[in-house]
Ligand binder design. Structure first.
Ligand code: IMP
Ligand code: MG
Length: 180
């Protein structure tokens, strides 16, 4: 499909699944090299809901022992960030002393990542790393290091592959950009 309509907005295709898949292959290769010799299995942190498709694809390509923990954060309303991050669901398991790989759908302003890093430090994580499918470099204004990025995109609003517009559009396997 070249175009999709969600509520009042139309989106056109930007990144086909094949391209997303190849970018994930490369991130997984790096993770496999970096975490192969971990003493304890790292935790993959699924940041609900946006990360579900990415973490599923990533996990299929990972060949070191790992655990999955989830949490849910919200900051977006419609097509822009409110700047206020709310933890809607706490960490689903104890991560004390663990290496945590934060698996995010997208890093935009970076408010969510900063809040997550703090949540993980407060919960006693040994270290945390950011592993995002997408990064909007023009919007990102924080000092936190983004350790793994599959793809960079312009500062535009996108949906699909887990990302939503008012909770719609997460189910599409390709990524679509707002068509204005
Ligand atoms: P940040 O806190 O501004 O970095 O925003 C991060 C969160 O906002 C992401 O985890 C997404 O859930 C959401 N978000 C940011 N940009 C987009 C977008 O273009 N489409 C859909 N959701 C987005
Ligand atoms: Mg998210």
């Amino acid at each position: 499909m070249d175009k999709i309509t969600l509520k009042d907005k139309t989106f056109r295709i930007m990144l086909p699944y094949e391209q997303i898949s190849e970018a994930i292959d490369k991130v997984a290769e790096k993770l496999n090299a970096d975490f192969a010799k971990s003493e304890e299995p790292p935790v993959l942190l699924c940041v609900l809901n946006g990360s579900i498709m990415y973490i599923a694809e990533l996990m299929k390509r990972i060949n070191f022992d790992c655990n999955i923990v989830s949490t849910k954060l919200t900051s977006y309303e419609g097509t822009s960030s409110t700047g206020k991050v709310r933890q809607a669901l706490g960490l689903t398991a104890d991560i004390t002393g663990r290496d945590v790989i934060i698996v995010e759908d997208i890093v935009d302003t970076g408010h969510t990542i900063v809040a997550l890093k703090q949540i993980l430090a407060d919960a006693g994580a040994k270290a945390s790393y950011v592993c995002t499918l997408l990064l909007k470099p023009e919007a990102y204004k924080q000092d936190v290091k983004i350790d793994y990025t599959a793809m960079e995109i312009p500062n535009q609003f996108i949906v699909g592959f887990g990302l939503d517009y008012d909770e719609l559009g997460r189910n599409y396997k390709d990524i679509y950009v707002l068509d204005e």
